[in-house]
Design a protein around this ligand. Structure first.
Ligand code: NDP
Length: 509
C-alpha cells in the first residue's frame, strides 16, 4: 500500500457499488425522495435526503483571508549538494528525497478571483520529512510590503474590498502605501514585470524571511531561501493580464494541472544565501528587515537541491483547500530569526487553521506528518486519532508517557536579543538602509529601459483609477515615486494627468 501523503484518505469506492449514506448504509434511490402519497410532503424519515441537503450546505470551509485563490501539486525535493557544513536538517542531507506539497496563490483576491490580477503570489511548501513536517511559507518575491506584523491586518484591509461599497478601492491601496514608505521596494517589484507571472511555473519562490541554519556541531548561520524556476522567468503585460482575467480566470491553476497531467513536470532549484552570524550587525542593510534583500554580490547563492512537482491532487478540497501551511512547522537544523513579520506569522498561521479547519487540522491526511507522533494534545472537534488507552495524558506522570529529550529536542533557533527590556520601535536601520534604497537599485541597475517604461505604464494604469479630485493623495503618490527616482515620479505624474484629461480614470467609491 502506498505511504505517499497524497494517497492517504482516499476511499476505495468500487465502480457500480451501491450508493450508500455517509454511514455506509445502501440507499433506496439516487434521484427520488420519499413523499406521503404521490403528491404529499416529503418525510422526515428520508434521512438520506436530509443528509444530502445538510452536507451540501456545509461543503465550504471559510476561505483563507489572504491567499484565498490558489492551487497546488505534490512533488519531491531532492538534496543534490552537500550542505552538511551549515545544516543538519535531515531533508537537506545530500541524496535525501522528501515528498512534498506546494500551493501557489494570489494574495488579495477571493476564492473565485482571476489568477492574473497584479499581486504577489504565495509560494507555500510542505515537506513531509522523517523528523516532522517542515513548511516554508513564502512568496514569489524576496521581500514584503511591511516589516512589522502589527501592520498586517491594516495592510490587507487596504487591499481588499471596502466594507461600505463592497468594492476594491485603489485610493485606499495608495493611501496605505504612501503613508507606509517601507512598502516602496515591494510595490516597485509588484508594479514591474514580475508582478504578474506568465504562469506559476514561470516564477521564482523565496522564503523571504531570514532563517537560521544550524549544523551538527550547533554552529549557526543566517540564511535566505531562493527557489529559481527551471522553466525560465516569464511575465504577462498588464494588458494581456487584464484580457485573460476575463477569458481565463483560472489560467494559472489550469496551466499547472495540465502541465503535470502531460508529464511536463515543473522544477525549481533551491539556493541559499548564507551569512555568518557575526556579520549581521555590521551588514549594510538590516538582515532582519523583510522589506530588504541581501545583495547577491555580498552573499552569493549556494545550491542545495531541486524540487519537482509531479503529481496533481486527486481532490482539490481535501488536499489543497484544507492544506494548512505554517512557518511554525520547523525541523531540526533550521531556526527562526528576529524578523518581526516572521515572528508574527508563527502565531497567525496555526491560528487561522484552527479557525478555518478546526483545532485537529493536523490530523487531516494532507497535513499529517509521516513521522511518528507522541503528543499530549487531545479531543476537540473532528478528532479521530488517539493515543493508546494506557498512555499517560499529562506530563509529568508516573507512567511511561512521552518525555521531552533535551538532547533530541530542537531549539527552533536561538539568537542574541540585545537586552531584555521591552521596546516598541521600528526595525533598526543599518548604514545604507532607507525605505527607497533597494527600490532605486532595482529601478536604476536591474531593469532595462523597456522594463522601466512598462513599470511607469503599470503604475500609471493603477493610480489612474483614483478620482482626480483626490489631489492630496495623488501628490503623495508622485512624491513616493520621485523618491525612488525623479524620472519615475515625473513619468507617473504625466501619465496619470494624461489619463485624467482624457477622462479615462474610473471612479471608485
Ligand atoms: P543582482 O544583480 O545580483 O541581482 C538582481 C536580482 O534582480 C536578480 O535576482 C534578478 O533575478 C532580479 N530581477 C531581475 N529583473 C527583475 C525584475 N523585473 N523584478 C524583480 N527582480 C528582478 O543584485 P543584488 O542582489 O544586489 O540586488 C539588486 C536588486 O535586485 C535588489 O535591490 C532587489 O530590488 C532586486 N532583487 C534582489 C534579490 C536578492 O535576493 N538579492 C532577489 C530579487 C531581486 P534573475 O537573476 O532571475 O534575473
Amino acid at each position: 500500500m502506498s505511504t505517499h501523503p497524497a494517497d492517504k484518505g482516499r476511499r476505495d469506492v468500487q465502480a457500480k457499488a451501491p450508493t450508500t449514506t455517509d454511514s455506509g448504509v445502501p440507499v433506496p434511490h439516487d434521484e427520488f425522495s420519499a413523499t406521503v402519497g404521490k403528491q404529499g410532503p416529503q418525510t422526515i424519515q428520508d434521512f438520506y435526503l436530509i443528509e444530502k441537503l445538510a452536507h451540501f450546505n456545509r461543503e465550504n470551509v471559510p476561505e483563507r483571508i489572504p491567499h484565498a485563490k490558489g492551487s497546488g501539486a505534490f512533488g519531491e525535493f531532492e538534496t543534490t549538494e552537500d550542505v552538511s557544513d551549515i545544516t543538519c536538517a535531515g531533508l537537506f542531507q545530500k541524496g535525501v528525497k522528501t515528498p512534498m506539497l506546494a500551493r501557489f496563490s494570489t494574495v488579495a483576491g477571493e476564492k473565485g478571483s482571476p489568477d492574473t490580477w497584479r499581486d504577489p503570489r504565495g509560494f507555500a511548501l510542505k515537506f513531509y520529512t522523517q523528523e516532522g513536517n517542515y513548511d516554508l511559507v513564502g512568496n514569489n518575491t524576496p521581500i514584503f510590503f511591511i516589516r512589522d506584523a502589527i501592520k498586517f491586518p491594516d495592510f490587507i484591509h487596504s487591499q481588499r474590498r471596502k466594507s461600505a461599497s463592497g468594492l476594491r478601492n485603489h485610493a485606499m491601496q495608495w493611501d496605505f502605501w504612501t503613508l507606509s514608505p517601507e512598502t516602496t521596494h515591494q510595490v516597485t517589484w509588484l508594479m514591474g514585470d514580475r508582478g504578474i507571472p506568465k504562469t506559476w511555473r514561470h516564477m521564482d519562490g523565496f522564503g523571504s524571511h531570514t532563517y537560521q541554519f544550524i549544523n551538527a556541531e550547533g554552529k549557526r548561520h543566517w540564511v535566505k531561501f531562493h527557489f529559481k524556476t527551471n522553466q525560465g522567468i516569464d511575465f504577462l503585460t498588464a494588458d494581456e493580464a487584464d484580457r485573460l482575467a476575463g477569458t481565463d480566470p483560472d489560467l494559472h491553476r489550469e496551466d499547472l494541472y495540465e502541465s503535470i497531467r502531460n508529464g511536463d513536470y515543473p522544477s525549481w532549484d533551491l539556493y541559499v544565501q548564507v551569512m555568518p552570524l557575526e556579520e549581521a550587525d555590521g551588514y549594510r542593510f538590516n538582515p532582519f528587515d523583510l522589506t530588504k534583500t541581501w545583495s547577491q554580490k555580498d552573499y552569493p547563492k549556494r545550491k542545495v537541491g531541486t524540487m519537482t512537482l509531479n503529481r496533481n491532487p486527486d481532490n482539490h478540497h481535501a488536499q489543497i483547500e484544507q492544506a494548512a501551511f505554517a512557518p511554525t512547522n520547523i525541523v531540526r537544523g533550521i531556526g527562526f530569526s528576529p524578523d518581526k513579520m516572521l515572528l508574527g506569522r508563527i502565531f497567525a498561521y496555526p491560528d487561522i487553521h484552527r479557525y478555518r479547519i478546526g483545532p485537529n487540522y493536523t490530523q487531516i491526511p494532507v497535513n499529517a506528518p509521516i513521522s511518528p507522533l507522541s503528543s499530549y494534545s487531545k479531543e476537540g472537534p473532528m478528532q479521530y486519532e488517539f493515543n493508546q488507552a494506557e498512555m499517560a495524558e499529562y506530563h509529568p506522570n508516573s507512567i511511561d508517557g512521552p518525555t521531552a529529550d533535551p538532547a533530541k529536542g530542537y531549539d527552533f533557533g536561538e539568537w542574541d536579543t540585545k537586552g531584555s527590556d521591552i521596546h516598541r520601535e521600528d526595525v533598526a536601520p543599518h548604514a545604507e538602509d532607507t525605505d527607497q534604497v533597494q527600490a532605486t537599485t532595482l529601478y536604476r541597475e536591474v531593469l532595462d529601459d523597456a522594463a522601466r517604461e512598462r513599470l511607469a505604464y503599470n503604475i500609471t494604469g493603477h493610480v489612474g483609477k483614483i478620482d482626480p479630485s483626490e489631489t492630496e493623495l495623488l501628490e503623495r503618490v508622485y512624491a513616493y515615486w520621485s523618491a525612488v527616482d525623479p524620472e519615475l515620479g515625473d513619468n507617473v505624474r504625466k501619465g496619470v494627468e494624461g489619463l485624467a484629461e482624457r477622462g479615462n480614470h474610473r471612479l471608485r467609491v
